[in-house]
Design a protein. Sequence first.
Length: 162
Amino acid sequence: MIAHLLIFFCTLVAMEGVGTLAHKYIMHGPGWWLHRSHHEAHLGALEANDLYLLALALAAIGLMVMGDAVAQCIGAGAAAYGLIYVVFHDGLVHRHWPVRPSPRHPYLLRLYQAHLMHHAIKDRRNSVSFGFLYAPSQATLNAHVQASDEPTSASGPHTQLD
Ligand SMILES: [Zn+2]
Ligand SMILES: [Zn+2]
């Protein structure tokens, strides 16, 4: 039982690494045609980028339905990551929900500001902060932007903190 819980939590943590790498090298690389919808003005509740979430959900459900006990724990960890992504990224950071809580906790604020910066940088290949639940400090991000001399725009399609 403890081993299964460990597998669940390790998968949950590992998924942030997988998500960060996928965001940087797939979604901002060959998969940009789907992810681009997320970097443009948001009109409806859904966007083409949500297909990545659907793929994660199908993989997680597949593991939970067809896998053995270990595979089910991995599937549950991946599903939990997807749910946290929906709450943190779609809900708190982008406020795609009818209820729009403002991030006030220092961790949430850091996540929010770092992700705003991710969206403010127009060069998709040279953006910053690709994580969904982990964000580098503002100083690290500023240093990266200054080093690469990227033009940023604070007036992106996403709202500023109220
Ligand atoms: Zn992105
Ligand atoms: Zn985003």
